[in-house]
Design a protein around this ligand. Structure first.
Ligand code: DAH
Length: 346
């Protein structure tokens, strides 16, 4: 073996490999070149194998040449590999580039219905006074809507409520009068008072907002469905002063510190005494609804001792209030789902 010749050959192999490595355009191609140079059947491996049997004086020369070639080739491949990887990454980033300057697809922002908004604001203020929310069904029975509220059958106050009865296929005739079916659409939120007192022990401070129904002919101020917010407080030693103070406090928070309330005698079968609630707002009295001290007969209907417990209640008409507050002249606007109307409320 001629050391000189082999050393030159190794240098040639290295030079050729470097050229091929530089010419490789992909990592796969580079790996192929690498395999050819270092592979078991490559010329370089052959030379390495022959090293064992080389004569003593040739061995160190060849060993040195092989070591140098190895080092050089490794650095060449590593360098080209890094270059190709960087190139691949740049290409990928370019291909997957997102143009953030494009305008996005806008979603139209929803708004709360004015009725919902009044209810939400109302509840928010009462939450601050420790009240919680209660709900009852919109389809009620005669007992909850009337009977337990001190309006037994044939009570004249029932005629104030233009009740919609539900024909559910059952016995709709009661006392020979079909109109007095036991199942009806609640005409007010007051039945929730009864349901709450039946299921929870006092003290109670609850609000019950919800939809009510009456057989009204539609006009600018009447609609067969509308909303009320019912309030009920049951505790020991509650007085009419607590009711008035609560309503005044609420009104001030809702309408501003200068807001005033007016309570005038009224009649409701389920409160005694009863009052009509109005607030002074933008130069006039605005009727909000009714209120009063829970009638002992109502406590008895739910099994509470009227000597031990006192309570006050109120019921407020949401649409009527929203109409005055927002200057809406026709109740029908609330239920037309016309965006031009609804978009005016934030
Ligand atoms: N439920 C009555 C109505 O719809 C309003 C009302 C009056 C509710 C007095 C009350 C109350 O809680 O105490 O006409």
């Amino acid at each position: 073996m001629n050391a000189q010749q082999v050393t030159e050959e190794i240098a040639e192999i290295a030079a050729r490999a470097e050229k091929h490595a530089d010419a490789s355009e992909t990592l796969d191609a580079l790996r192929a070149v690498q395999g050819e140079v270092f592979g078991r059947k490559s010329r370089l491996s052959e030379i390495k194998k022959s090293l064992g049997s080389a004569p003593g004086d040739v061995k160190p020369v060849l060993g040195k040449a092989i070591g140098a070639a190895n080092k050089r080739l490794n650095s060449i491949f590593a360098h080209r590999k890094a270059e190709l990887e960087e190139q691949a990454e740049t290409e990928m980033l370019e291909a997957e580039r997102v143009d953030f300057s494009l305008p996005g697809r806008r979603h139209q922002r929803g708004r709360r219905h004015p009725v919902t908004r009044v209810i939400d604001e109302f509840c928010e203020i009462f939450f601050g006074m420790g009240y919680t929310i209660a709900e009852g069904p919109e389809v009620e029975t005669d007992f909850y809507n009337f009977g337990a509220l001190n309006m037994p059958k044939n009570h004249p106050a029932r005629s104030d409520y233009d009740t919609l009865y539900v024909d559910h296929g059952g016995a709709a005739v009661d006392h020979g009068v079909a109109r007095e079916s036991e199942v009806l659409l609640r005409t007010h939120t007051s039945p929730v008072q009864i349901r709450v007192m039946e299921s929870l022990p006092p003290p109670l401070y609850i609000l019950a907002p919800g939809r009510c129904f009456r057989q009204d002919t539609v006009d600018a101020t009447h609609f067969p469905t509308f909303h009320q917010i019912e309030g009920l407080a049951v505790d020991r030693g509650l007085t009419f002063g607590d009711l008035a103070g609560t309503l005044e406090q609420f009104t001030r928070q809702f309408l501003g510190a200068s807001a005033k309330i007016r309570l005038r005698p009224d009649f409701f079968p389920f409160t005694e005494p009863s009052a009509e609630l109005a607030t002074w707002w933008e130069g006039r009295w605005l009727e909000l609804g009714g209120c009063g001290m829970v009638d002992p007969a109502v406590f008895e209907a739910v099994g509470l001792d009227p000597e031990e417990w006192q309570g006050f209640a109120f019921g407020i008409g949401v649409e009527r209030f929203a109409m005055t507050r927002y200057g809406i002249d026709d109740i029908r606007h609330f239920y037309r789902n016309d965006l031009r109307f609804l978009e005016q409320f934030l």
